[in-house]
Design a binder for this molecule. Structure first.
Ligand code: FME
Ligand code: ZN
Ligand code: ZN
Length: 412
């Protein structure tokens, strides 16, 4: 039964492994890894699950799959359980085990790309729903499990497109859960907003000439000035983070110089040099003012400098974590009944939640992994099977609580 793992809660596979863990390991072995993710394998896997769960299963744009568990009052806004199916590449030589073998060591640590980001959450949603259905539970609101590609490469052909698709609107989503991060301590981290990613390339043109001369107005001098301005700001933000007790990474702006381009030969002064930065800007920063600052740095560096963005997210919607917010109060009260401590933060990187929040839907980023080092995108990404299993019980409480939030004033 291990390979198919159609067994349910509490049932144990022949080798004594919980069937949910076996299913998780099976999913981890699918190579949905960039740059050529095997999405077909994921779709076949999900197709089978949908059949097992007897959920309505739809495929949109050939890639986004949605399993729907209809509520007893389907006119009410629904709950979205979102997860992406892709994972980032690995440097296999740096791993202790094959990154797609889902090796489990004696402590129950499962090693594979995607154990934390975010194949764990996908299977936890599925198994929680499976258990609830097996118990004959009926929920008031409809629950949609959405499995989406391309999150790791910016979501252009995934969530960014899908949120504007008429089929997305038809889902009538009131509240969404999406991915978060592990927490090495006892607490669980929850994310109510994200920093905006800005990927910028600054073009520094200059006078060319022979490498033996003191040519005026060179591209390199401008480049150095631009780099210094960005990196001085980086130092300030780093200092602000390191000297404040209450700030987390999501509360400051990070700047990283990630690419430089230019030059053709040792003795030819180039006519242009380019530099690219990855900026992540907290939702509290005035983005117009921030761009003015960038313009100023470019102006100070010399004439004719231009810049362009490869990513420039402007939406700064955050999700309410006020006690009077029905979604948040339900989420946090349910966690409290399980004695979970929550730490509220701004997500430092970008997830598909930014597209969900941008269309006005509240979303919480949450991956139930405490006592776990943050290893997403890292070598030897792993998750302990007990932590993974605990997460299923967490969702088994959260999903009905959220799906039973009484009709809101605008739904009456
Ligand atoms: C700006 S699109 C890139 C999205 C990517 N997400 C996860 O790592 C990130 O770099 O944050
Ligand atoms: Zn992710
Ligand atoms: Zn990721």
């Amino acid at each position: 039964m291990c390979s198919g793992c159609r067994v349910d809660r509490g049932q144990v596979c022949p080798e004594g492994e919980d069937s949910s863990v076996t299913l998780f390991r099976e999913y981890l072995r699918l190579r949905t890894v960039h740059p050529k993710p095997d999405y077909d394998a994921a779709l076949r896997f999900l197709d089978r699950i949908a059949e097992e769960l007897e959920n309505t299963y739809m495929l949109y744009l050939q890639i986004v799959s949605i399993m729907t568990w209809e509520g007893t009052n389907p006119a009410l806004k629904s709950i979205l359980l979102n997860s992406h199916t892709d994972v980032v590449p690995v440097f296999q030589e740096q791993w202790k085990y094959d990154a797609f073998s889902a090796f489990k060591d004696a402590e129950g640590n499962i090693y594979a790309r995607g154990t934390q980001d975010m194949k764990c959450v996908t299977i936890q949603y599925i198994q929680a729903v499976r258990r609830l259905k097996a118990e004959g539970r009926k929920l008031m609101r409809t629950v949609h499990l959405m499995f989406i590609p391309d999150e790791e490469i910016g979501g252009h052909e995934g969530m960014e497109t899908f949120v504007n698709h008429p089929e997305f609107k038809k889902l009538n989503i009131g509240f969404a859960l999406d991915e978060g991060l592990a927490n090495p301590g006892e607490a669980f981290t929850v994310f109510y907003g994200e920093r905006n990613p800005w990927w910028i390339t600054v073009h520094c043109p200059g006078s060319p000439g022979h490498g033996s001369r003191f040519v005026e107005n060179t591209a390199a001098e401008k480049l150095v000035s631009v780099i210094n301005s960005f990196l001085n700001f980086r130092e300030k933000e780093k200092h602000r983070l390191n000297t404040s007790e209450c700030l987390t990474l999501g509360d400051v702006t990070t700047v990283n110089m990630t690419m430089v381009k230019g030059g053709v030969a040792y003795n030819v002064i180039p006519a242009e040099m380019d530099v690219s930065f990855d900026l992540r800007i907290p939702p509290t920063v005035n983005l117009q003012e921030f761009e003015k600052q960038i313009k100023q740095w470019c102006k100070e560096a010399g004439d004719d400098i231009t810049y362009e963005f490869a990513q420039k997210h402007m939406n700064q919607n955050i999700t309410s974590t006020e006690e009077n917010d029905p979604w948040w109060s339900t989420f946090s009260a349910t966690c409290k009944t399980m004695n979970m401590t929550l730490e509220k933060e701004i997500f430092p990187a970008a997830t598909d939640s930014r597209f969900i929040r941008a269309v006005g839907i509240p979303a919480i980023g949450f991956s139930p992994m405490n006592r776990t080092p943050i290893l997403l995108h890292d070598h030897n990404e792993y998750l302990n099977e007990q932590i993974f299993l605990k997460g299923i019980s967490v969702y088994k409480r959260l999903i009905p609580a959220l799906a039973n939030v009484p009709p809101l004033p605008d739904e009456a």
